[in-house]
Design a protein around this ligand. Structure first.
Ligand code: ZN
Length: 210
């Protein structure tokens, strides 16, 4: 069920299916197959990396992202806001809210303010829905996420802790949850294992690929 999902460290994934190569938040990539679609959740440099996009893009790659990230990139871009739905290259993509309720840069200033309009994505590949939560806390909008697979941040600090991710998984009820936002200096395998222990759904910790 998850064999076509490749975790590339942190929040970076490559998903293959329906004849396409799809990257989400490509960052610190070595080499890899070229992208048909590149989904970027927000403009922070560990998610929106123009140099990594350049490594995998080809002439007809389409980027799907929010306006703040689009401003750092060039080429064909589909702009989205939370709540938007698009079909791009035959892939159905829904942009969903991603924001902090309890992780603050300074008093009262979240790392990911709701007003910034950052997103996660629900996309359907090979008939399975995959939710990439983006940089987020456990938020009420998760109740309306319908997905088979959930990629959830577990590192704490800027995003959900492992315990909060377990709460989120209980709300979302995916068939499989995959921990992310670890392995590149922020968050560790220990967080992933703690999430696996606490979650009420099946959790698969993917090997980090290049
Ligand atoms: Zn961020």
């Amino acid at each position: 069920m998850v064999s076509n999902i490749h975790w590339l460290g942190h929040a970076s994934f490559r998903i293959e299916g329906d004849g396409l190569v799809i990257y989400i938040d490509p960052w610190k990539l070595e080499d890899g197959p070229k992208a048909d679609l590149i989904l970027i959740t927000h403009d922070h440099s560990d998610h929106c990396s123009p140099s990594d996009v350049a490594k995998v893009r080809k002439d007809d790659s389409v980027i799907v992202t929010v306006a703040s990230a689009a401003a750092k990139l060039s080429g064909p871009i589909e702009g989205v806001k939370p709540g938007d739905e698009r079909t791009v290259k035959g892939i159905s993509i829904r942009a969903v809210p991603a924001y902090n309720v309890s992780k603050f840069r300074s008093p009262g200033v979240p790392f990911h303010p709701r007003e910034s309009g950052y997103v996660g994505f629900v996309l359907t590949v090979e008939g399975r829905r995959i939710y990439h939560a983006g940089d987020t806390d456990c938020i009420p909008e998760m109740e309306s996420i319908d997905t088979d697979i959930a990629l959830l941040p577990v590192s704490g600090i800027y995003v959900m802790t492992a315990d909060e991710a377990a709460e989120a998984a209980a709300i979302i009820k995916p068939q499989i949850a995959i921990p992310m936002h670890i392995g590149r200096g922020i968050g560790s395998l220990t967080d992933a294992e703690h999430f696996q222990e606490k979650a009420s759904v099946a959790v698969e910790i993917l090997p980090m690929e290049k």
